[in-house]
Design a protein around this ligand. Structure first.
Ligand SMILES: Cc1ncc(COP(=O)(O)O)c(C=O)c1O
Length: 402
């Protein structure tokens, strides 16, 4: 039955795109004796290698686990610095803290929300070159500015926010000059391209994630990709308690973890990868419906796609709610109409734990903070219907024009 625009509906934030292909794949695993470390893991990794045209892909049980292993492989330890963005999901910074490293935040570009690449390159150069504490003091988190110590830059970790690639060239150029590993947090960007190259495949290591709101899902899961064979062997070992691939059973060569992806999840991922182009196309269509309906709404700014983004793989659809409208008021009014929406992202440096540990506060990264106040993620998925987008946009416009 067709609903009118005035009838209240329930529109969830996201829904996975699951068909009989996925259900059959998972059922077949459950009918087999192998529920972990089996053929589905290999099939999923192979599908990812082929899709991204990468020689090595190592599946893990979350994007966060993948980022953690990447940070370890970059050699990050106590008091080591990693350049990253404060406008992100918390995991891209937490993974640095797991190894007792220190995030050096660089503010973001106000149009894309991605790390300001020229500023990141300048910070990289300063940190890589400077031997004097005085020169780097102001780049450090506030609580460390009075503690003169020897800090070393160990990695740069750009995030492809909302699915859109960060402007990688300036970062890659200065990272190469100073031999600093680049870890791409591509957890939100499977399928996006930067100047016709796959996001996640531009640096030394790239990490993808497959939570149910992601482009493809495994329930929980992640994937690390690299061109470096030695790194890939380290990842294989570390995800499995530090066992060396070529050693005897229960021989542990390094500190490892249980970051294995089980066979049910891997089968789900492999099945989703068979349909990835269709899934990405559906997401693109939904983003297009939103763009059409919101492009001319004065107080709502639709997502900006940079010229170097040669393919946008939509993870979320995030608008900016412009003053005098208040984002939180809009969010509450949408809720009254049965529409879920989320502030996205909440700046990492303003999270209570980061404030306590590092002394960050309001005003430290003004662009991130502004975006943190204005940005609103609207309901979005590959299975969203045009009439649902219509309803969301109708309610949003009514709220905005009030
Ligand atoms: C930018 C970013 N980094 C890391 C992650 C962590 O992925 P996971 O939730 O699979 O651990 C996510 C997941 O939402 C993310 O969006």
């Amino acid at each position: 039955m067709v609903k009118t625009m005035e009838e209240k509906r329930h529109i969830p934030m996201s829904s996975p795109f699951i068909t009989h292909v996925e259900r059959d794949a998972v059922r077949q695993v459950l009918e087999s004796p192998v529920l972990s470390i089996g053929p589905q893991l290999e099939a999923f990794e192979k599908a990812m290698r082929l899709f991204l045209n990468m020689p090595y892909a190592v599946a893990v049980n979350s994007g966060t686990s993948g980022l953690h292993l990447a940070v370890i492989s970059a050699g990050v330890g106590e008091n080591d610095l990693v350049i990253t963005t404060p406008f992100s999901f918390i995991a891209s910074s937490n993974c640095i803290l797991y190894e007792r490293g220190i995030p050096v935040f660089v503010d973001v570009d106000k149009k894309t929300g991605n790390i300001d690449a020229m500023a990141a390159a300048r910070v990289l150069e300063t940190l890589a070159k400077s031997t004097r504490f005085e020169k780097i003091r102001n780049l450090l988190p506030p609580v460390l500015r009075d503690k003169e110590k020897k800090y070393r830059l160990k990695a740069v970790l750009p995030v492809h926010a909302f699915g859109q690639p960060a402007d990688m060239d300036p970062i890659l150029t200065s990272a190469a000059e100073f031999n600093i590993p680049v870890i791409e947090d591509a957890c939100e960007a499977l399928g996006s391209t930067y100047k016709h190259k796959n996001a996640g495949c531009l640096g030394d290591m790239g990490v993808f994630a497959f939570y149910p709101n992601k482009q493809i899902t495994t329930g929980e899961g992640g994937m690390i990709v690299t061109r470096n064979e030695e790194l890939s062997l380290q990842f294989l070992s570390m995800r499995n308690q530090g066992r060396d691939m070529f050693n005897e059973w229960l021989q542990h060569d390094r500190l490892g973890y249980n970051y294995r992806l089980d066979e049910m999840s891997a089968a789900l991922g492999a099945a989703q990868m068979q349909r990835i182009e269709k899934i990405l196309a559906s997401r693109d269509k939904v983003a297009g419906w939103y763009n059409q309906r919101l492009a001319f709404c004065e107080r709502i700014q639709i997502p900006y796609i940079a010229p170097f983004t040669t393919r946008m793989s939509w993870f979320v659809y995030v608008v900016q709610i412009l003053p005098p409208l208040n984002r939180d008021v809009v969010m509450n009014k949408l809720r009254e109409h049965g529409i879920s929406s989320r502030p996205y992202f909440t700046p990492v440096h303003l999270q209570p734990f980061y404030r306590d540990k590092f002394g960050f506060g309001p005003g430290d990264f003004p662009v991130t903070e502004q975006l943190g106040k204005n940005c609103l993620a609207l309901p979005f998925s590959a299975v969203m219907q045009e009439d649902e987008v219509d309803y969301v946009c109708h309610c949003l416009r009514k709220i905005a024009e009030y």
